[in-house]
Design a protein around this ligand. Structure first.
Ligand code: NI
Length: 227
């Protein structure tokens, strides 16, 4: 399932990110592509070890930690430090599947990519092309969000970024290892949690059916979660 999360960053935060990213050094993204992806990847990235990437990445992680929709959708156990890329001048990323296991540089930590995330930092009208196309069970879904918004999609899916023919498409991207490895189970838990949250606004907090549903949610989570 493809889940969008609006306003992970506020317009003011996006502006601060953009100002900082404008003056930094961008390098050829091919340096960090896996061997299969290298032929299809044409973009720019900033050095993951730069103080700017670390600072902005940590800011995103702090925002996500307080985002209930993200927590509900991803049930994260580990998050790969956010990276930053820029597509311009026809830059694109052809169809590929993300690597399954990602070692966090400079550590012995490995993140299994269950979910891929793209957080848009350019407004949709700043550039032409640059759509994220994700192949799913119901065909190809096209994603182009407003600055500050984020999409989560299964890392197992074939996806691509179409050529950017005008302007610049700047984004942050990263991967999440979930407590719930199975996409179907994760989707069921998300749907159940969303319904419980909606009912919480309509029913008394101690409504017996609401308590029962909340119990079902946590007992499914207990049954399926890997820590
Ligand atoms: Ni990818």
């Amino acid at each position: 399932m493809l889940i969008t999360i609006e306003q992970v960053l506020s317009p003011e935060e996006v502006q601060q990110f953009r100002t900082r990213l404008e003056t930094t050094h961008w390098q050829d993204g091919q340096q960090t592509a896996g061997s299969l992806a290298r032929n299809v990847k044409q973009n720019l990235q900033i050095d993951d070890n730069s103080s700017l990437a670390i600072e902005l990445g940590n800011h995103i992680l702090r925002r996500l930690a307080g985002n209930t929709r993200f927590i509900s959708a991803a049930l994260p156990s580990k998050i790969y430090p956010p990276k930053f890329n820029c597509y311009r001048d026809g830059g694109q990323y052809g169809a590929h599947v993300d690597s399954a296991l990602m070692q966090v540089p400079g550590t012995s930590i490995t993140v299994r990519s269950d979910l891929s995330a793209t957080l848009f930092l350019s407004a949709a009208d700043e550039y032409d092309g640059g759509e994220l196309e994700i192949e799913g069970p119901f065909g190809v879904q096209t994603v182009k969000l407003e600055a500050g918004d984020m999409v989560l999609y299964p890392s197992s899916s074939l996806h691509r970024v179409t050529p950017v023919t005008r302007g610049k498409r700047i984004a942050s991207f990263f991967w999440i290892e979930s407590h719930i490895r199975d996409e179907g189970e994760r989707t069921l838990l998300f749907d159940l949690d969303q319904s419980i949250q909606a009912l919480t606004t309509q029913l008394k907090v101690n409504d017996p059916q609401l308590l029962a549903l909340t119990g079902v949610y946590h007992n499914l989570l207990r049954r399926w979660a890997i820590s």
